[in-house]
Design a protein around this ligand. Structure first.
Ligand code: ATP
Ligand code: LTN
Length: 335
C-alpha cells in the first residue's frame, strides 16, 4: 500500500478496434475510480500474441490504445500507464505461476474454449495459459482491486486461486485481489444480436460501435440496432435489444434507468435510437479528437512510455525477487 491508498491493476489488449463496450465497461470506470487508488494500467501486448498478429499493426494499435487511456482522462503522472512487454517481470512471474496452475483449472476457462473454437488453426499453448499471464500481471503489483467486465470474472477467480495456493505454501507473498465491477455498462451487448456481448472481434461490424467510428457511422449503427415488435421502451429481459440501448444511453448520460424510461415514455423506437446515437457521438467524438492530438505529440508520449515502464518495473521486480527467493532460486551476487 502506497500513500495509504490501495493498489489497482487493469489492462486491455491491443487487438482489434476498441468498441463502445470496452469504453463503457472498462476505460470509463477506470477514470472514475483512478483517484481512489494507486493505479497501474497496462497495454497488455503480450496477451495479444495468443492470436496471430501483424507486427506493424500490433505496434500501431498498442500506441493508439495507450493514447486512448490518456485521452479518456487517465493522468499519466498519477497512473502508471505502460506496455506489458516493457516489463520483463511479467513473463518471468508467469512462468513460475504456470508451475502452480493445474491443467484442469485452465481447461474450464470459457475464454479459452471460445477463442480456440474461433481460431481452430492456431490453438497454441499461450492461448491455454493466457490466464496465468493475467494472474502474473495482477499479482506482480500486489493489486487489491481489478476493474474488469463480467466476461473476465473467471480469470479473476483463477488468479485468486493461484495466489492463495502460492501463499499457502510460502506465506503471505501475494495480495489476493478483488474484482471491481462497474455499476453501469458492465456488459454492453451487440447491436445486431443482443444475446452476444459487443466485441471487437465480432465479424459483423454493425454489431459494434467502434471508438473510432465517425458520427454518421454511429448514427447509422444505432438506427439499425435490432429491437423487437413490442413497441415500448422498457427495461426488461424480454426486450434485450431495447434494454441494451437503455444501458448504453444511461452509461453515456449518467441518468438512471427510471429517468431514461420516463424520458422516452410514449416515444417510438426511431426517436429513441436517434437519441442513443446522439449521446454516443457526444461521448466518442471528443475522445477521438483528444486521442488524435496526443498521438501527434510524439516526444510527450515517448516520455510517458519510458518513465512509466521504469516505474512499473520497479514495483514488479520487488515482487518478483521476493517470489524467486521464496521458491529457492539462488540469490543474485551483488558486487
Ligand atoms: P475480444 O473480442 O478480442 O475478445 P473484447 O472486445 O471482448 O475483445 P477485451 O480486450 O477482452 O475486449 O476486453 C477489454 C476490457 O473491456 C475488459 O475489461 C472487458 O471486460 C471489457 N469489455 C469488453 N467487451 C465489453 C462489453 N461488451 N461490455 C462491457 N465491457 C466489455
Ligand atoms: N484478459 C483481459 C486483459 C487483461 C487484464 C489483465 C485485465 C490482461 N491482463 C490483468 C485485468 C487485469 C481481457 O481480455 N480483457
Amino acid at each position: 500500500m502506497l500513500d495509504g491508498k490501495k493498489t489497482l491493476f487493469s489492462g486491455m489488449q491491443a487487438t482489434g478496434n476498441l468498441t463502445l463496450g470496452n469504453y463503457l465497461g472498462a476505460l470509463k470506470n477506470w477514470v472514475t475510480i483512478s483517484d481512489e487508488y494507486n493505479c497501474f494500467y497496462s497495454v497488455v501486448d503480450m496477451h495479444s500474441i495468443t492470436v496471430r498478429q501483424d507486427p506493424a499493426t500490433l505496434r500501431k494499435r498498442a500506441r493508439i490504445l495507450l493514447t486512448l487511456y490518456l485521452a479518456a482522462g487517465l493522468d499519466p503522472e498519477k497512473n502508471c500507464i505502460y506496455y506489458q512487454s516493457h516489463v520483463s517481470a511479467h513473463g518471468e512471474l508467469a512462468w513460475i505461476l504456470n508451475c502452480f496452475t493445474y491443467m484442469g483449472e485452465l481447461n474450464r476457462m470459457t475464454q479459452f474454449k471460445d477463442k480456440s473454437a474461433k481460431h481452430a488453426d492456431n490453438i497454441n499453448a499461450g492461448l491455454f495459459t493466457y490466464p496465468v499471464l493475467m494472474a502474473a500481471d495482477i499479482l506482480l503489483y500486489q493489486a487489491d482491486v481489478v476493474p474488469v467486465g463480467i466476461d473476465q470474472m473467471q480469470h479473476l477467480e483463477i488468479t485468486r486461486d493461484i495466489a492463495g495456493r502460492f501463499n499457502s505454501i510460502y506465506g503471505d507473498v501475494f495480495t489476493i485481489p478483488e474484482v471491481y465491477l462497474g455499476k453501469v455498462g458492465a456488459k454492453i451487448m451487440s447491436l445486431q444480436d443482443p444475446s452476444k456481448k459487443m466485441s471487437k472481434s465480432d465479424e459483423n461490424p454493425n454489431g459494434s460501435i467502434y471508438l473510432m467510428d465517425d458520427k454518421d457511422t454511429i448514427m447509422r449503427k444505432c438506427k439499425r440496432a435490432v429491437t423487437d415488435s413490442v413497441g415500448m421502451i422498457r427495461y426488461s429481459d424480454d426486450q434485450p435489444g431495447v434494454k441494451n440501448l437503455i444501458e448504453i444511453y444511461r452509461a453515456c448520460t449518467g441518468k438512471s434507468v427510471d429517468e431514461v424510461v420516463k424520458e422516452f415514455d410514449g416515444k417510438g423506437y426511431g426517436d429513441f435510437k436517434t437519441a442513443v446515437g446522439e449521446v454516443v457521438a457526444a461521448v466518442l467524438i471528443p475522445l477521438q479528437e483528444e486521442q488524435a492530438r496526443l498521438m501527434a505529440d510524439k516526444a510527450y508520449i515517448d516520455g510517458i512510455i519510458k518513465g512509466n515502464a521504469e516505474k512499473a518495473g520497479y514495483y514488479a521486480n520487488k515482487t518478483l525477487r521476493k517470489v524467486q527467493k521464496k521458491i529457492g532460486f539462488p540469490e543474485r551476487v551483488r558486487q
